[in-house]
Design a binder for this molecule. Structure first.
Ligand code: Z5A
Ligand code: MG
Length: 209
């Protein structure tokens, strides 16, 4: 068992408009106010060379084969892997807005084979906690703000939700995303603190899947 105190890898997942980005920001502030080392991360990371290609694809400026896009999203995580592990080992908790689960769910929803989709993510650091903000696609869409980006469509979001269900594992906490922001926030904080305590207690960093 690794005895060194490390940060926790906490991932927020869910459909579009489920509240991931706002809850990530709120959680990082909360942890920092408690005096904990915490950083906000997100995937896709659009700042890298691969991320630039993904951003262009998402805004529909570029057409790419579905398999190629899938591998680019995965490569975008692998190119950040060493930095991510370094931050965790240095004791910083990372609150990550989308991760490999979005990668698999979105590609599988297009019809790609689930196991094929999981393969390139194999070996990435496994989240200590996945907070899945569970919300019907119709409720999320009613929040407004669906822009012109690819995938911002209720029918497609429903398919994504079905794929997310297939990925649920023991490190997941499913949170009712229809609750008020404050109620979701309270649940998110409770699970996050518990995960951080386990990591500080020496929990090993595992690998996907
Ligand atoms: N994608 C992929 O295909 N493969 C991959 O490997 C990865 C991603 C990593 C871009 O992602 C696309 O890339 C995404 C999946 C795909 N496409 N889709 N769909 P993105 O993360 O850049 O997407 P985004 O547009 O930044 O975030 P989002 O998912 O659309 O929204 P969110 O972060 O979940 O929600 P939010 O911005 O926090 O909140 C949305 C609104 O709801 C906002 O007005 C809030 O004030 C409001 N809100 C939040 N919480 C509540 C509650 N509790 N009640 C009422 N209203 C609320
Ligand atoms: Mg977001």
């Amino acid at each position: 068992m690794g005895g060194q105190k490390r940060g926790a890898l906490i991932v927020l997942e869910g459909l579009d408009r489920s509240g991931k980005s706002s809850q990530c920001a709120s959680l990082v502030s909360f942890l920092q106010q408690k005096g904990l080392e915490a950083e906000a991360w997100r995937f896709p990371d659009r700042t890298t060379a691969v991320g630039t290609m993904l951003s262009s694809y998402l805004t529909s400026a570029t057409e790419l084969d579905d398999h190629a896009v899938h591998l680019l999203f995965s490569a975008n995580r692998w190119e950040k892997r060493a930095l991510l592990e370094g931050r965790l080992k240095a004791g910083t908790t990372l609150v990550v807005d989308r991760y490999a689960h979005s990668g698999v769910a979105f590609s599988a929803a297009k019809g790609l084979d689930l196991e094929w989709c999981k393969a390139p993510e194999t070996g990435l650091p496994s989240p200590d906690l996945v907070l899945y903000l569970n919300i019907p696609a119709e409720v999320a869409a009613a929040r407004g703000g669906y822009g012109a980006e690819r995938y911002e469509d209720i029918g497609f979001q429903k398919k994504v939700a079905l794929q997310f269900e297939l990925l649920r594992a023991s490190n997941w906490e499913v949170v009712d995303g229809r609750l008020s922001f404050d109620d979701v926030q309270e649940i998110v904080r409770k699970h996050a603190v518990s995960a951080i305590n386990k990591c500080q207690g020496g929990r090993d960093l595992l690998r996907l899947w």
